[in-house]
Design a protein around this ligand. Structure first.
Ligand code: A3P
Length: 304
């Protein structure tokens, strides 16, 4: 791990009583408490995900839908400068909600978050304000992708072996907490009352990206031509995004935060890669946990 100290993950309770494992440190807890008080604007666009569910992919698509498929501008300005990570100040003091507050009133703000619904700005939890897009991915691929990400991330905590990591993934003892609770809560909210909320499944994006772009454009109230839809789908295809320095996090590699000799940020981008990782018995165990934890869910995932 070289010059970086590996931070410890600790269960912390936020000011609204919600408990979640975070990388230890008082500042991080303070930032999450500040996010609860963050002031939303009616035309905010928020992309929320459990980490490694396809955030970057959807961020790029959503931004292009909202910006007339302007791929030239998208290549020029890094995704991390087009979106602010609302809880990002947890890691970099000048980022996140502070930067969002300084964004001009007349421009749409693009916001990324991995927070569970219960830690979103309270205003966003209570009101249908802005447009909230949640991306979910089947938990086996999500878990494997998260594992590789933590391996290559030099300032995240160590995932251990895949066996150890899956065990912690089941228990929710990973950054951003339980996948099951995260997805279930956003799904429930989207079903109950959110006219401003749309759920996208990673696997549906893989199956029919253009159709999902059409649905997203309708949700975002943007008129796109078929040519623009083609341009967005092509620009956002995995093979194109992996070579695009505006979205592939190569600047994090250059800054020494990611070690791409261990694993790439744009790693495989497939449905069913879990099969290359889990043994038969690990898969059975995953299925057992999944069955118990999701027995009442109407939301179903494709695993291959
Ligand atoms: P893998 O590790 O399975 O390859 P996030 O953006 O939430 O961190 O998610 C990263 C995951 O999304 C990685 O999954 C990455 O390869 C995948 N991904 C990124 N861009 C993609 C694209 N254009 N098409 C398909 N998958 C993509």
């Amino acid at each position: 791990m070289g010059e970086f100290a590996v931070p410890v993950l600790r269960e912390e309770t936020m000011s609204n009583g919600f408990t979640i494992p975070i990388l230890g440190g008082e500042r991080r807890r303070q930032v999450l408490n500040e996010v609860l008080k963050f002031k939303m604007r009616p035309d905010d666009v928020i992309v929320a995900t459990y980490p490694k569910a396809g955030t970057t992919w959807l961020q790029e698509i959503v931004w292009l839908i909202c910006n007339n498929a302007d791929t030239a501008l998208a290549r020029k300005v890094k995704l991390t400068d087009r979106y602010d990570w609302v809880e990002g100040g947890e890691y970099r003091p000048t980022e996140g909600f502070k930067k969002l507050d300084s964004r001009p009133m007349e421009r749409t703000r693009f916001i990324k978050t991995h927070l569970p619904f219960q830690l979103l700005p309270t205003e966003l939890q209570n009101e249908a304000i802005g447009k909230l897009i949640y991306v979910a991915r089947n938990p086996k691929d999500n878990c494997v992708s998260f594992y590789h990400f933590l391996r290559m991330h030099k300032t995240a905590h160590e995932p251990g072996t895949l066996n150890e990591f899956t065990e912690r993934f089941y228990r929710g003892n990973v950054p951003r907490g339980s996948w099951f609770d995260h997805v279930e809560k956003y799904w429930q909210i989207s079903q109950e009352r959110r006219s401003n909320m749309h759920i996208v499944l990673y696997e549906n994006m893989q199956r029919n990206c253009k159709e999902e772009i059409r649905i997203l454009a309708k949700f975002l109230e943007k008129d796109l031509s078929e040519t623009q839809i083609d341009i967005i789908a092509n620009h956002c295809a995995f093979d194109n995004m992996k070579d695009n320095d505006s979205v592939n996090f190569s600047h994090f590699v250059a800054a020494g935060v990611f070690d791409d000799s261990v694993s790439k940020f744009m790693r495989k981008g497939q449905v069913g890669d879990w099969k290359n990782h889990f043994t038969v018995s690990q898969n059975q165990e995953f299925d057992d946990v999944l069955r118990k934890k999701t027995k009442d869910w109407t939301l179903k995932f494709d695993f291959e």
